[in-house]
Design a binder for this molecule. Structure first.
Ligand SMILES: CC(=O)N[C@H]1[C@@H](OP(=O)(O)OP(=O)(O)OC[C@H]2O[C@@H](n3ccc(=O)[nH]c3=O)[C@H](O)[C@@H]2O)O[C@H](CO)[C@@H](O)[C@@H]1O[C@H](C)C(=O)N[C@@H](C)C(=O)N[C@H](CCC(=O)O)C(=O)O
Ligand SMILES: Nc1ncnc2c1ncn2[C@@H]1O[C@H](COP(=O)(O)OP(=O)(O)OP(=O)(O)O)[C@@H](O)[C@H]1O
Ligand SMILES: N[C@H](CCC[C@H](N)C(=O)O)C(=O)O
Ligand SMILES: [Mg+2]
Length: 486
């Protein structure tokens, strides 16, 4: 492909060199550059990618997209200066990979919690309808059956377009993806054409990165602002930011609610540990999920399927066959008659919701022991709030480590404990070693009790000082229970 063809959707400020240059790949990371690639220099949060232009050229880059023109130019290399490489990179990557999102029905999900659940359930549902599908999610990416490990909730623009182009190649008709606030703010999804967008909810997270709640909200809103007129935007009318998200969108707005009038409505008729009976728009359906928040998630899935042209009655049949997503409210029964639940709740709001869900089912008939921690090198403000939420709805709480990353595990635990008063502290113990913490909870539990092991869900590692050690909450629990498989 010629460099010129990749510049169609951007407005260069200055070009030095030949735009007829052949481009065989596009990269934002100099370490991945191969012969005749285009290197895009990004000003990152850690380093300025412009520093790596010489390295990229050494590895074979023949064209450079940058914000600052290097003073010394290399013969035979074409330099394209733009106002913002962050704005440009998605648009360039999209063209390089043949505009794959236009060839798919691409649906993006954003919000603080529920993205993985909704995107995965849509992928499972549309496959059950017989369509070829792709999924981009925190847990794993999929092109039909082929699993491609995910490093991020939303991949960088190059990886993202590459994966979408592979989906097109594999004959996929639909792609469902999570759009994290980081990805929207960093324009990783720039240049993509969405058929639909879903908003789940907005509570605090990632304030280390976005600084203020308003910035965080605006990052999420930017996704809806950018949807085309032909798209649909499905929003959660029960969330106080639900309507704000879509106030400037050109897309067709649809709402879902478990409480008030909306385009898609549902309420719980009955619930038990195996699932719930719901009334969805006047039709009854049994689902294999628990928790009010999952009613919202299922409504988002239902509404989206209808907006994608499916009949409500057919959607409900498939909905009743779907089951919980890896590490999301996943129950494991102990031989002693108590239940351990592994969940990915890693925000105060998610903890509150998950504990609510457990109490809805437990109905006062057993105690709740919560094992949780908070990630290192991430939003510190959420730590005391997470401890408070855990204490509010548990009989006992064991504060432990999540992924300490580069922080001292005990410091993170102390930040959590700082949120508790003397009275609350009576329910709490702290154990740095996560395995020991889970083991202790299991020793405390009696028949009929529930142990919530929160924060790591599907993760099969614990990240300590830059090293990912194998660690899997479910595996640890099964080991303690003496059962090897599900
Ligand atoms: C804070 C953040 O989001 N950082 C992301 C950002 O990197 P950055 O701006 O910090 O990059 P940098 O390290 O400063 O480097 C600047 C540029 O120099 C390049 N470089 C760097 C070194 C080198 O030798 N050569 C080179 O070319 C880099 O490739 C980059 O283009 O852009 C990169 C490419 O897209 C991301 O991989 C990186 O994710 C980091 C690793 C990360 O941990 N991100 C997390 C916070 C994240 O994105 N999380 C959300 C999920 C959140 C949620 O939903 O809960 C996600 O979508 O996963
Ligand atoms: N609609 C919801 N409202 C509130 N909490 C939810 C909702 N759906 C799921 N949760 C809780 O949040 C946790 C994370 O869910 P999920 O992985 O679907 O969210 P996510 O938005 O993809 O998170 P991440 O930002 O880490 O990618 C779940 O384990 C559950 O505890
Ligand atoms: N996507 C979230 C995941 C957090 C999961 C939790 N286990 C942690 O490590 O903090 C983040 O990057 O903040
Ligand atoms: Mg996710």
């Amino acid at each position: 492909m010629k460099l010129q063809d990749l510049l169609k959707n951007i407005q260069p400020v200055e070009i030095a060199g030949d735009v007829e240059t052949e481009v065989t790949g596009v990269n934002i990371d100099s370490r991945k550059i191969k012969d005749s690639h285009l290197f895009v220099a990004m000003k990152g949060t850690q380093v300025d990618g412009h520093k790596f232009i010489p390295k990229a050229i050494e590895l074979g880059a023949k064209s450079i997209l940058c914000e600052d023109m290097p003073e010394e130019k290399v013969e035979g290399v074409t330099y394209v200066k733009v106002e913002s490489t962050e704005d440009a990179v998605g648009k360039v990557a999209t063209l390089f990979y043949g505009d794959p999102s236009k060839k798919l029905k691409l649906v993006g999900v954003t919000g603080t919690n529920g993205k993985t659940t909704i995107a995965t359930l849509l992928y499972n549902m549309f496959r059950k309808f017989g369509h070829k599908c792709g999924l981009l999610s925190t847990v794993c990416n999929y092109i039909e059956d082929e699993a491609i490990p995910a490093d991020h909730t939303t991949p960088d623009p190059i990886e993202l377009n590459l994966l979408l182009s592979k989906m097109v190649e594999a004959g996929c008709e639909y792609a469902f993806m999570e759009c994290s606030s980081h990805a929207i703010a960093q324009k990783r999804i720039g240049g993509l054409t969405f058929t639909g967008g879903i908003f789940t909810n907005l509570t605090r997270d990632h304030l280390d990165y976005h600084k203020t709640f308003e910035n965080y909200r605006n990052a999420k809103k930017a996704f809806f602002d950018g949807l085309p007129k032909s798209a649909f935007a499905i929003t959660n009318a029960d969330d106080k930011n639900g309507m704000i998200m879509v106030q400037n969108t050109k897309a067709t707005i649809k709402t879902y609610s478990t409480r008030s009038m909306a385009d898609f409505k549902a309420r719980i008729l009955e619930c038990h540990f195996g699932g719930m009976y719901l009334d969805v728009d006047g039709r009854e359906v049994g689902v294999q999920f628990i928790g009010k928040f999952n009613v919202s998630n299922l409504l988002a899935v239902y509404g989206t399927a209808i907006m994608l042209g499916k009949k409500p009655e057919d959607v409900l049949v498939v909905l009743s066959t779907l089951h919980s997503v890896n590490g999301r409210l996943e129950p494991i029964q102990s031989p002693e008659g108590y239940t351990a639940i592994v969940d990915y709740a890693h925000t105060p709001d998610a903890l509150e919701n998950v504990l609510n869900a457990i109490h809805e089912v437990l109905n006062g008939k057993g105690e709740v022991i919560t094992v949780c921690g908070a990630g290192g090198n991430r939003d510190k403000g959420k730590r005391p709030l997470m401890a408070q939420e855990a204490v509010k709805q548990s009989d006992k709480v064991i504060i432990t480590s999540d992924n300490p990353r580069f922080e001292e595990p005990q410091d993170i635990i102390n930040d959590m404990l700082a949120g508790l008063n003397e009275q609350q502290m009576k329910k709490v113990i702290s154990i740095v070693d996560r395995k020991e913490a889970i083991r202790t909870a299991c020793m405390m539990a009696k028949k009929g009790d529930v142990i919530l092991v929160a924060g790591k869900g599907h993760e099969d590692y614990q990240e300590i000082k830059g090293v990912k050690h194998h660690f899997d909450d479910k595996e640890v629990i099964r080991g303690i229970f003496g059962i090897n498989k599900k």
